[in-house]
Design a protein around this ligand. Structure first.
Ligand code: NAD
Length: 506
């Protein structure tokens, strides 16, 4: 019998009242493994009301007490790491090792949040006028929401929840309905760690639930991560309803390879970054731009030599380098784009559509219905082709040939997206010019997936990010708090009577 994944509201499991559900698949097999309830507007309002009631007491706790809850939360996540990773792997399709990485990169941000009291302790200026002092303090916003994608079901909810909660907000999470179990488990662990009921709630749902969050007067900020059209929609709707928003969208990440790069090391890096997690990472490399025909030929040979050794399999199979895509729709999109690339004149060097799992099985699971795509390599791709313009979000690497570094940099600079970019070279000056001039938010120098560590900030440019503050790092504490600036003067004997002009410093 299929299990049902419920909302988590006020510290308790809640079936909600909508009566609507959506299947949660095991992408290895294509079989439905659970149903997740989808919230009605009333269900979302119930979660918001509970959060609104719980928030003032949470905000009134001194900040080090709040972060002690987070400290215990981290311990509990580590204690439950194996079971969380297994659940995540079976709903998302990423390998067990990668699922642990998903959780641990979220925990990194929780660890950074342990220093939150220092981050928002405010500023003080003494004697800004005669007997006058000014100070500013940062206060929580109230109830805030996170709306998160399927591809990092632990990391991204933790990137939102950790800083929001550390700052004294109550949090309502609307995770992806495709892999909803781990976000609920993380919220349960927060309560087990001593977090008050109602401070961290999870509602599942689709557009109806999202719109209820966006239209609520109680929700003061929305942190979104997902595809660009939805990011833009949410940013615009938040602006219309007077909410603070940071909305991170899709990507098309380029790697530039210069003739002096170590080709073997570069090919290793590209294979991992293009095909790891089946290419379902917003920082996956999907375009490689070698400079010069000779560099391109050497790199292509090195890639072609490596691809056959990759193992695509069940996400729990320790031998698998990567597992299935998340859904039949994702597989259909990847296959469509490969066909379009071929039709539009790109050279299909390795075709991942030929992968055959019809007679494969792992641990009793037959893989014939799984959403598997093999590693795919295109050469001689052009900027007008749909494999270049669209986000494929699958294990497909496109090679675009350039004659000069200037021509190569123009590709990421002119691209609509600006999430991540990398350059492979041993020339410091070229790398320096590149990082200065490239129009992209996160840059790797001989690093293929430059996801910043928790104490720096994460955010893309152009169609990859809407809003002025990035995720995690010091920006997150600014996003989840508002500044109050106070000017004080205490009564003394020197009052000069009423003043009718604006005071200026002389
Ligand atoms: P998605 O946009 O389909 O969904 C993201 C969230 O929005 C989910 O919670 C979903 O339920 C909700 N949603 C979907 N359709 C909606 C609608 N019409 N109205 C309101 N809400 C809606 O994204 P996804 O497929 O879950 O995730 C993959 C995408 O996320 C890729 O484009 C990837 O590049 C991007 N991503 C970006 C980053 C980043 O930091 N820039 C990180 C991870 C993923």
């Amino acid at each position: 019998m299929s299990t049902t994944i419920h909302h988590f509201i006020g510290g308790e499991s809640s079936a909600g009242a909508s009566g609507r559900t959506s299947p949660v698949l095991n992408p290895n097999t294509g079989q439905t493994q659970a149903e997740v309830v989808l919230a009605s507007v009333d269900d979302v309002h119930a979660a918001i009301a509970v959060a609104q009631q719980a928030q003032p007491a949470w905000a009134a706790l001194n900040p080090q007490r709040r972060v002690r809850v987070i400290m215990e939360w981290i311990r509990l996540i580590h204690a439950n790491l194996d079971s969380l990773a297994r659940t995540l792997s079976l709903e998302h399709g990423k390998t067990l090792a990668d699922a642990k990485g998903d959780i641990l990169r979220g925990v990194d941000v929780l660890e950074f949040c342990l220093g939150a009291p220092h981050q928002f302790k405010g500023e003080y200026s003494s004697q800004v006028g005669s007997g006058i002092d000014t100070f500013s303090l940062r206060q929580p916003l109230g109830v805030v929401a996170g709306i998160t994608p399927f591809n990092f079901p632990a990391m991204i909810p933790l990137w939102k929840a950790g800083p929001a909660l550390a700052c004294g907000n109550a949090f309502v999470l609307k995770p992806s309905e495709r892999d909803p179990s781990v976000p609920v488990r993380l919220a349960e662990l927060f309560i087990e760690a001593g977090g008050p009921a109602g401070v961290f709630n999870v509602v599942h749902g689709d557009k109806q639930a999202v719109d209820a969050l966006l239209d609520s007067d109680v929700i003061k900020a929305v942190g979104f991560v997902g595809s660009t059209p939805i990011a833009k929609y949410i940013y615009e709707r938040c602006a219309a309803t007077g909410k603070r928003a940071q909305c991170f969208g899709g990507a098309k990440n380029h790697a530039i390879v210069l003739p002096d790069a170590d080709i073997d090391a570069t090919a290793d890096a590209l294979v991992g970054a293009a095909y790891g997690s089946a290419g379902e990472r917003c920082m996956a490399l999907s375009v490689v731009v070698p400079v010069g025909e000779e560099t391109a030929d050497r790199l292509r040979d090195a890639l072609v030599a490596r691809i056959p050794s990759l193992t695509v399999g069940h996400s729990l199979d320790p031998e698998a380098d990567y597992g299935p895509l998340v859904s039949a729709d994702s597989l259909a999109r990847v296959r469509r784009l490969i066909a379009e690339g071929e039709d539009q004149g790109a050279e299909l060097v390795v075709d991942g559509r030929g992968i055959d799992t019809s007679s494969s099985s792992f641990d009793g699971d037959g893989l014939s219905g799984g959403f598997f795509a093999g590693p795919t390599l295109f050469d001689r791709v052009e900027a007008s082709m749909s494999i270049y313009t669209e986000e494929i979000f699958g294990p497909v690497l496109c090679m675009v040939r350039a004659d000069t570094l200037e021509e190569a940099i123009a590709y990421p600079n002119d691209n609509a997206y600006g999430n991540g970019v990398a350059i492979f070279t041993s020339h410091g000056g070229a790398a320096r010019d590149f990082l200065t001039n490239v129009n992209v938010g996160m840059v790797g120098i001989n690093v293929p997936i430059p996801v910043p560590i928790a104490y720096h900030t994460f955010g893309g440019w152009k169609a990859s990010g809407f809003g002025d503050l990035n995720q995690h790092g010091p920006d997150s504490f600014r996003f989840y708090t508002k500044t109050k600036t106070v000017t004080t003067r205490w009564p003394d004997e020197t009052s000069a009577g009423p003043e009718f002009t604006i005071p200026v410093m002389s």
